[in-house]
Design a protein around this ligand. Structure first.
Ligand code: ADP
Ligand code: ZN
Ligand code: ZN
Length: 737
């Protein structure tokens, strides 16, 4: 068959499940086209950018109707074959349209058709002549040149503008003069982050760490998944660093996924201190151009270490050698909109396709990962003890029944706090609820401030003097009178971090306070300055939400108070207990990290709760074992597999009807082994003005579930009610609400 008959099969971002066929652009020979290149295409009445999946000779539509692509945008494949294969797998597994899957994986600049050109920046190095040049003679006439020359001599890797920010702007002229004299040379280097010129050596590893590092080394060059199961402060990060070093020595790149980088500036700094290599840090603060740049420089192999959040799992690499997922239990690895993928699960799939090791690290591994260890799918690396001299904290339940509570603070807790403060230590209080109080209530008639768009109340933010809904972000000013009865006696109901902060300043006058939550850290640099206050000792009481639980190291915190230990006991989601246990242990892990012993106190109305007792007395693993048995008995994940079909609309009938039709469709197709539950309203039936319903599918095996999902999802759009709703499928949902 002549080559000119080739048809291009293309992934285009569109809710349709299929790929689209086009003819090659005028004047472009199909021979030059490779899967993974981008093309500009006519699409409906406008244009779009798509990715070439393959060339074919059998078009999906009548040949006469095929349109030519407008333009070829790349002269080489943007996505390596490995990533193309992964994305096809993702589209199949999550039953998500191929075009949208590809588009999720690409930086937005590339989606919009921008050129795939990485940015570089100037680097100046000393030359041999510059090393030997006589500075004495120059010193009187050109002091600035001499200063620069001396700095160039002192630097191993050369200097970029970033190193010289403290100099007056005209250093540029002095540098140009040095280049002209032949004493310095100018080079263009990839615009990345660079580590220390003289990297630090890590500490001597303890026996368990050594063993872990050795086992990982034995797994290099093949698919070897590890669960690095180590208590907080046990030296897991140290293991990542050693394993990355081996990977770099082998000329390969390492990809590190973390829950949220802006929360862990300390981690990135630690990497920079240890490695003298270019790194790409993909955090949420990057603009499109910077994100593109980091992506391209990972693809070209220039970035040796790539650190990023969830979406970084799709970063192309020239020589991928290892993937690390820190805090693997963290729910933020699951995307909750659009393509609802789990970056943790995909990291495993990608590592298996690449034949490389993947390390999942956590002090509180998910029940999924623990089961994978039990079933022999992951190797278990255990670090049961803290590294160095730090001792594990003691955890106690504090019965607050019948106690007089002042803003969630029991008397005994206040006394304990005072004692730790008197000893010159810091105290950390945890409450997973921001704002002043969960809502405002009328003391006369019981009216509460409800959100008009959601089935929930609005949170009172006193400092800003407004009521805000944490689900749809709508806000309104605090009312002075009850809208129902006109009474002015409106009172805050319950406490959030803002209220505790106010209460603490009264109970502990003159003691430095810091609050860490999404409100207090909204502005750029605010988290850094709060952390600085904590580290300098200016703040001695820290109050915060789960933001406090992640990765921080506060060596002088000796007391951790968990203000509401009951929060996870009555969650509607079957994972609520697991999440709370993980949070408690993670927060507890902030205490006594240096040589001072830590004490953790959990305020509860249910001191007899067997799960809480187990957690406190025997630790996370005992808790996890019990939670596993419970899940096994009730056939919940990880002992079964779920998919959730969600639908929403401005009225409640269409979503319910749509899901009813979807359920009937499933029955027609044959549900062999799949149980259907629903349709039922979501726990919060109305959110942001939309009525939300869901249909849950559950099966003993993945195979049974996916056998139905395939044909089913491809027909959902044809259901009569489909046009009236927005629907989405969530495979392996992590929250069911
Ligand atoms: P994790 O990641 O498990 O919380 P880290 O790797 O951050 O643990 O280690 C906790 C602290 O202990 C860090 O300050 C680290 O430098 C230190 N540390 C780690 N390993 C050792 C070791 N073998 N000897 C002494 N200190 C260590
Ligand atoms: Zn009232
Ligand atoms: Zn709302």
């Amino acid at each position: 068959m002549p080559k000119s008959d080739a048809v291009l099969r293309i992934a285009i971002p569109s809710p349709l499940y299929s790929s689209f066929d086009y003819l090659p652009p005028a004047g472009v020979s199909p021979n030059t086209l490779q899967p993974g290149m981008r093309l500009r295409l006519p699409f409906g009445r406008s244009q779009t950018v798509g990715i070439l999946l393959e060339t074919s000779f059998t078009p999906q539509i009548e040949r006469g109707k095929l349109k030519p692509a407008l333009e070829l945008l790349d002269n080489e494949a943007l996505l390596p074959a490995e990533l193309m294969a992964l994305l096809r797998w993702v589209s199949d597994y999550y039953h998500h349209p191929i075009g949208e899957t590809f588009s999720t994986a690409l930086p937005s600049a590339l989606r919009q058709g921008e050129a795939a050109l990485a940015k570089h920046r100037s680097l100046w190095r000393i030359t041999n002549a510059g090393q030997e040049a006589d500075t004495e003679a120059l010193a009187r006439r050109a002091k600035r040149q001499v200063d620069l020359l001396l700095r160039l001599r002192a630097s191993h890797n050369g200097l970029t503008a970033e190193h010289l920010t403290e100099l007056p702007r005209n250093w540029v002229d002095a540098m140009a003069a040095l280049v002209k004299k032949g004493w310095a040379e100018l080079e263009q280097i990839p615009a990345l982050e660079y580590g220390n010129e003289q990297p630090e050596q890590g500490p001597e590893l303890n026996a368990e760490q050594k063993q872990a590092v050795e086992r990982i080394q034995q797994g290099l060059g093949m698919f070897s998944p590890f669960l690095l199961d180590g208590v907080t402060g046990s030296g897991k990060t140290e293991i990542y660093l050693r394993s990355i070093a081996t990977t770099l020595d082998a000329g390969q790149q390492a990809l590190v996924l973390v829950p949220e980088i802006t929360l862990t500036p300390q981690l990135v700094e630690r990497f920079k201190r240890r490695f003298n290599v270019p790194m790409a840090v993909l955090h949420s603060g990057l603009n499109d151009r910077e994100r593109l740049n980091a992506w391209l420089l990972a693809r070209s192999g220039d970035a040796k270490i790539i650190i990023g959040t969830r979406s970084a799992v799709f970063t192309p690499m020239l020589k991928p050698g290892m993937i690390i997922i820190d805090e693997e239990h963290d729910a933020s690895f699951k995307q909750q909109s659009g393509l609802r993928y789990s970056a943790r699960d995909l990291a495993i799939v990608r590592a298996s396709k690449l034949d490389i090791p993947v390390i999942l690290g956590s002090a509180t591994p998910s029940l999924e990962s623990l089961l994978n260890v039990e079933q022999g799918r992951y190797q278990h690396l255990s670090l049961p003890q803290r590294a160095g001299s730090a001792k594990p904290p003691r955890i106690d339940l504090m019965d607050v029944r019948h106690q007089q509570m002042e803003d969630q603070l029991s008397q005994p807790l206040q006394q304990l706090m005072q004692r730790h403060l008197d000893n010159g230590n810091q105290v950390l209080l945890f409450l997973n609820r921001r704002g002043f109080s969960p809502t405002l209530i009328c003391h006369e008639c019981g009216w509460v401030a409800h959100c008009r768009r959601c089935d929930t109340h609005m949170t009172l933010h006193l400092k800003k003097r407004h009521l805000r809904c944490h689900h749809c972000s709508s806000q309104r000013p605090v009312v002075q009178q009850c809208p129902d009865c006109g009474s002015p006696d409106l009172r805050p109901l319950g406490s959030g971090t803002e209220r505790i902060e106010t209460a603490l300043s009264q109970h502990f006058p003159g003691v430095g306070l810091s609050r860490i939550d999404r409100d207090s850290t909204r502005n750029k640099g605010s988290l850094e300055s709060i952390l600085a206050d904590i580290n300098s000792g200016a703040s001695r009481i820290l109050i915060g939400t789960q933001m406090l639980a992640k990765g921080h190291h506060f060596p002088n915190v000796t007391l951790v108070g968990i203000l509401d230990g009951d929060q996870g006991l009555f969650g509607v989601d079957f994972r609520a207990g697991e999440r709370m246990a993980q949070l408690i242990i993670q927060v507890a892990g902030r205490a006594g990290r240096a040589d001072k012993p830590g004490h953790v106190v959990i305020q509860t109305h249910h001191p007899d709760n067997p799960m809480l007792q187990l957690l406190c007395q025997q630790g996370y693993h005992a808790y996890a074992k019990a939670a596993q048995s419970e899940r096994q008995l009730t056939a919940l994940p990880p002992y079964s597999h779920m998919a959730l079909l969600r639908a929403e609309a401005s009225h409640s009938l269409p979503p319910e009807n749509f899901l009813e039709q979807a359920s009937q469709l499933a029955q027609q197709l044959g549900t062999n082994g799949v149980e259907l539950y629903g349709p039922m309203p979501a726990v919060m039936e109305k959110r942001a003005g939309k009525y939300r319903y869901q249909l849950l599918l559950q099966a003993q095996t993945r195979a049974e579930l996916h056998r139905l999902l395939g044909p089913w999802t491809s027909q959902l759009n044809k259901l009569p009610e489909a046009r009236k709703v927005r629907w989405s499928l969530d495979v392996d949902p992590v929250d069911l609400i």
